[in-house]
Design a protein. Structure first.
Length: 201
């Protein structure tokens, strides 16, 4: 004689429900990393806006997160926000090309051709350096050596499987060197020329 099916025990039902309930719990460490990125990014944007910097909320947030990366502070940006930011960067770059610029391409043909050759040489040498000396992966090495914006290059590197942190540090170092080198160059070359002209009768 077959026995009637027994209803599932309450204990068994709780065990089946436990993984579902556990999956609903917020990932607090990840939430803290995201909050760190958003808060410090907003602080950087506010500082750059106060200093009347161009595109302050983009450059300010980027520079602050570069400092966080140097200090190895854990932070994270959700993929959805990252993709939305990448779309905004694309719109920003696309809006810079106006019909007036396209009409002048013929007059700039020689300079454009020279810059293409120069860019290929710079990227090749830089990629080899970052691969062999810095030990970066191919995508990170390529975008670290590619002349470009501090905002765009890390996004592009991460989209191709590279390290946004390594690319950000490489381009931040490039910008710091430029910022330090240009005033020194003007001080010891152009400044001396201006002083000589001022002393001339």
């Amino acid at each position: 004689m077959s026995s009637a099916p027994q209803p599932p025990s309450r204990h068994g039902k709780q065990q089946n429900d436990m993984p579902t309930l556990r999956s609903l719990r917020p990932d607090w460490p990840r939430c803290r990393r995201i909050a760190t990125a958003l808060v410090f990014g907003a602080i950087g944007g506010a500082i750059f806006s106060y200093l009347t910097s161009p595109i302050p909320w983009m450059l300010g947030a980027m520079c602050v997160t570069v400092v966080l990366a140097f200090l190895r502070v854990p932070f994270e940006i959700p993929k959805l926000l990252r993709m939305a930011s990448l779309m905004m960067v694309g719109l920003l770059l696309g809006s810079a090309f106006t019909p007036d610029i396209l009409d002048r391409i013929g007059a700039w043909a020689g300079a454009i051709a020279f810059n293409v050759v120069y860019l290929m040489c710079v990227v090749t040498v830089g990629t080899v350096y970052f691969r062999k000396v810095a030990g970066q992966d191919p995508a990170s090495a390529y975008f670290s050596s590619t002349p470009g914006g501090l905002v765009e290059m890390p996004f592009m590197a991460e989209a191709f499987g590279g390290s946004a942190r390594d690319v950000s540090l490489a381009h931040a170092l490039r910008i710091v060197v430029v910022i330090l080198a240009i005033p020194m160059y003007l001080r010891f070359t152009e400044g001396a020329l201006f002083a000589a002209n001022a002393r001339a009768p």
